[in-house]
Design a protein. Structure first.
Length: 280
């Protein structure tokens, strides 16, 4: 489809496609969101010609989706970074991934988990050795990603939550990490939870549950899109499938748990891994 084919000025879909002209463009935005920001690295990741990549990067800069930031003067070299307009595409990438996983690679079933041999599991375990984009850690840290947890009296779980495989267990997982947080601390490892819930919802739950560690909000989808983490949609919200990452002080992922079928048992397994590998 060429831009001249898009004639409906009132249709947001057609106007969006006039900017996101082909599938290469989506993949460039995906990789930039994941921290691949330099020309040569993008070319290696995508396997496209230098000319094609140059043309698409220039178009995305012209459209205000990407911005160029110089990191070398002679010869001139640039990082390509998402603008605010570009970050607005992150929910689109998350939805595309979820749709592809559920309806193209799967049978359409709504689930908050995955098979150990699934494409999602392979993708998550391939994160070992990757740096988490946009996240600075002061110490080795366990990041447990969970679908959703709410304090009593607050906006609660969406209808049918208990019927979604793998969705239940967030409170148990969080309180088990709370009970073992000192044990992780003895090994020099911090614990943080991550959800796509709003910050006020997470703060209310943390206070209700008496959690001794923070819960981080990925409401903007930067971690979900940047790491291509598995998600599912329930109650009008994209939510993480339950998984755990262990990252070192340089924000590089060293271990992964996914899928997590036993929320409490996974805490013990992660603590054993930390103790055996001397992360402190």
């Amino acid at each position: 489809m060429r831009r001249v084919d898009l004639v409906n000025a009132d249709c947001g879909i057609e106007q969006a496609l006039s900017v996101l002209t082909d599938w290469w463009t989506f993949l460039i935005v995906r990789d930039v969101a994941g921290g691949v920001t330099r020309f040569d690295a993008l070319q290696r990741e995508l396997g496209m010609s230098r000319r094609a990549l140059t043309e698409r990067l220039a178009a995305l800069v012209e459209q205000g989706v990407l911005r160029r930031v110089a990191y070398q003067d002679n010869p001139p070299r640039h990082d390509y970074l998402l603008t605010g307009k570009g970050e607005g595409l992150l929910p689109v990438l998350i939805s595309l991934q979820d749709w592809g996983t559920r309806h193209v690679m799967g049978d359409g079933t709504l689930t908050a988990t995955a098979a150990p041999t699934s494409a999602e599991a392979h993708r998550v375990h391939d994160l070992v050795g990757r740096r988490i984009p946009g996240l600075t850690l002061e110490s080795p840290t366990v990041l447990f990603f969970f679908p959703g947890a709410y304090a009593p009296g607050r906006q609660g779980y969406p209808p049918g939550w208990g019927e979604i495989p793998g969705a239940a267990g967030c409170t148990l997982e969080a309180t088990t990490y709370a009970a073992r947080s000192a044990d992780f601390g003895a090994h020099g490892v911090l614990v943080k939870g991550v959800s796509t819930q709003r910050p006020d919802q997470l703060e209310a739950f943390a206070q209700h549950a008496g959690l001794p560690f923070p819960l981080l909000s990925d409401q903007d989808g930067k971690l979900a899109a940047g790491l291509r983490l598995p998600t599912f949609r329930a109650g009008g919200t994209d939510r993480f499938k339950r998984l755990t990452l262990l990252a070192d002080a340089g924000s590089t992922i060293r271990s992964v748990q996914f899928p997590v079928s036993d929320p409490a048992g996974s805490v013990t397994e992660m603590l054993e891994y930390v103790a055996a590998h001397r992360f402190g």
